[in-house]
Design a binder for this molecule. Sequence first.
Ligand SMILES: Nc1ncnc2c1ncn2[C@@H]1O[C@H](COP(=O)(O)OP(=O)(O)OP(=O)(O)O)[C@@H](O)[C@H]1O
Length: 267
Amino acid sequence: MKTSVALDVDGLAKTYTGHGRVVEAVRDLTFQVGRGELVCVVGPSGAGKTTLLRCVAGLLDISGGRITLDGTPVTGPPPGMAVVFQEYGRSLFPWLTVRRNVDLPLREKGVPRAERAAKVDAALAAVGLTDSADAHPWQLSGGMQQRVAIARAIAYEPSVLLMDEPFAAVDAQTRADLEDLVRDLWRTLGITVLFVTHDIDESVYLGQRVLVLTNRPTVVLDDVAIDLPDDRDQLKTRSSPQFVDLRGRVYELVQLAKKGHRPPERS
Ligand SMILES: Nc1ncnc2c1ncn2[C@@H]1O[C@H](COP(=O)(O)OP(=O)(O)OP(=O)(O)O)[C@@H](O)[C@H]1O
């Protein structure tokens, strides 16, 4: 059975203008993400991955095309969406405790107090931070801070979770743990996830599909189905021949993209 479409990006274009510069970042970018799918996005540096995510999050005005979430055009930050950025240091409020940081979007959403407490506790337990609820973000390691940002996103109960290179700044071991955490949460909560990364291995390990973007101005170069079993394991999965094969394919596509390879333009 085909899943219904959660996110529909159709002919997206984004050109930055200002300060005497015109940068055509994204041109005619088209893809769909089914409800409950986990899709990763990779591409050369400067390809427009962050631009794409910011457009989908309703944080940037688009120059052309259409973005629809659950059938509604995105014209500003959509209510059912949460975003986790790379810069966890800047996305948490240092003067609020961990608990209050996670609670804040729920307050803004108007969730009643008793319900909020239960959701915050559950989210902190899910990311293994129950014992740090009353600490301040600056008292935590980078990996723990990123887990707070993830807890805040899931407590909000989004239908769509956008992640922009969320683990780029944490050490390799923590990164592996956080990858497994995201997959666990995704499987338990059934949310739709769009995950941007520059790490090819990470994209194959996490995703059900990997979208490979071209150089700027960006279009989709290829959409690779990751037909690995759903139960993934950092050691077993990454050393399986199937994983190695998929990683090789995505790697080659990114190399092609870096060399300026593009699909034929749509008429
Ligand atoms: N505010 C802005 N004004 C002008 N140009 C911008 C702006 N933000 C991004 N760009 C340009 O748009 C292009 C795409 O940038 P973007 O950050 O989306 O790429 P990216 O794929 O996320 O890069 P990386 O992998 O290096 O993080 C780049 O050429 C960048 O210089």
